[in-house]
Design a protein around this ligand. Structure first.
Ligand SMILES: Cc1cc2nc3c(=O)[nH]c(=O)nc-3n(C[C@H](O)[C@H](O)[C@H](O)COP(=O)(O)O)c2cc1C
Length: 354
């Protein structure tokens, strides 16, 4: 299986399956001497972990990370940082029904066709459990980035949409509710809606918005490795993601160029920020902001029709512990992937300047 590594200089490789012994990673290229706040790393893992509220999967796992290398006396040594998170609450028998048949819109069919043999327990490597390793590496990247702040929040669940832009929100309120929506009223509506969906045994999608502040001018490479292109790849690599837009995004097509253009001020900043903080693939010093769309995930606790390994139509029943809506748990994953991209581009930028 190729493609388990992300990044050029600040580089994460992840390993492990949902119902194996552990998941984990090796983070290579992290500069030496960074004093690590271990609580901040665990805090991000806690924001992603299952069982944290009534609107997420009830798999109960502490998701404690164990570091094996690359850290000495609380500081990074510049050598590979190896870490693991042990799997402690697998219920593999919940997945025997997908051993020989495929969940519609999950990865079972393509894994079987591509590899010929798959660890079906809990979805194996296609399970979003893998993203816990990204969160560990992303929490380290955030500490390396230091001044740059990355904040994600839920801005839509189903058709319940938070209309206000991030500049009119108090993002400190994001963690004040289980949905991770910074507007308490909208959050309460979203939470009730997710509970209804869970009762029906169904799932619903949503959007995570993310804003990155204090980015210096100059991050991003101008041709294939544009900053927004790598952010797009990072976000689209997260399980269940269906869309990425930055700056004015798809709405921008409705505007005329004369209105869409961001007028400069004397200091090089701009009055508007339709560019979303990136021009020509390079950060321009304004806030970077983007939206990530997540689908309603595949596992519905309902009966459904599908095919088995031999191509027979079969009836199946969704079982196990699943997320009715993944966006509340995906907020720290979006932040982590953004941090990995920015850390990588920060290091790449250093290679062109003496
Ligand atoms: C935080 C998180 C939790 C998820 N939980 C579930 C789940 O409980 N059930 C499910 O079917 N898919 C879940 N998914 C999505 C699957 O991992 C994903 O749909 C699957 O790997 C197929 O990939 P694709 O949807 O990107 O094509 C979750 C995704 C995320 C980001």
């Amino acid at each position: 299986m190729a493609g388990n590594t992300f990044g050029t200089l600040f580089k994460l490789t992840t390993f492990g399956e949902s119902h194996g012994k552990a998941i984990g990673g090796v983070l290579d290229g992290c500069p030496s001497g960074i004093i690590l706040d271990m609580e901040a790393i665990q805090n991000d893992l806690d924001r992603r972990k299952p069982g944290q509220s009534a609107i997420v999967t009830q798999r109960k796992e502490p998701d404690n990370v164990v570091f094996y290398s690359g850290i000495f006396e609380g500081r990074t040594t510049g050598t590979p940082i190896g870490f693991a998170i042990y799997n402690t609450n697998q219920k593999s028998k919940d997945y025997s029904h997908i051993k020989d048949s495929y969940r519609p819109s999950h990865a079972d069919y393509v894994y079987d066709k591509k590899y010929g043999f798959r660890d079906y327990r809990g979805g194996g490597r296609s399970s979003a459990r893998e993203t816990a390793s990204r969160v560990v590496a992303g929490a380290i990247a955030k500490q390396f980035l230091n001044e740059i702040s990355i904040q994600a929040y839920v801005s839509q669940v189903g058709s319940l949409r938070l209309e206000k832009p991030y500049s009119e929100l108090d993002l400190k309120l994001t963690e004040s509710n289980a949905v991770r929506c910074p507007d308490p009223e909208t959050a309460a509506n979203m939470e009730s809606y997710i509970k209804e969906i869970r009762k029906e045994g169904d799932t619903v999608g949503g959007i995570i918005s993310c804003v990155i502040k204090n980015v210096p001018v100059g991050l991003g490479e101008p041709v294939f490795d544009k900053l927004h292109a790598d952010l797009g790849k990072a976000m689209l690599s997260i399980n269940a993601v269906k869309g990425f837009e930055y700056g004015s995004g798809f709405e921008g097509v409705k505007m005329k160029g004369s209105v869409h253009n961001d007028q400069y001020k004397a200091d090089g900043s701009t009055i508007t920020n339709n560019s979303g903080g990136v021009q020509g693939g390079i950060s321009n010093g304004m806030d970077i902001y983007f939206n990530v769309a997540f689908k309603p995930v595949a596992t519905v606790i309902q009966s459904y029709e599908t095919i088995d390994k031999d191509g027979n139509m079969v009836k199946a029943q969704g079982k196990g512990r699943h997320d009715p809506c993944v966006v509340p748990r995906a907020v720290p994953i979006v932040e982590a992937m953004a941090a990995l991209v920015l850390a990588d581009f920060t290091l790449l930028n250093r290679t062109i300047k003496l």
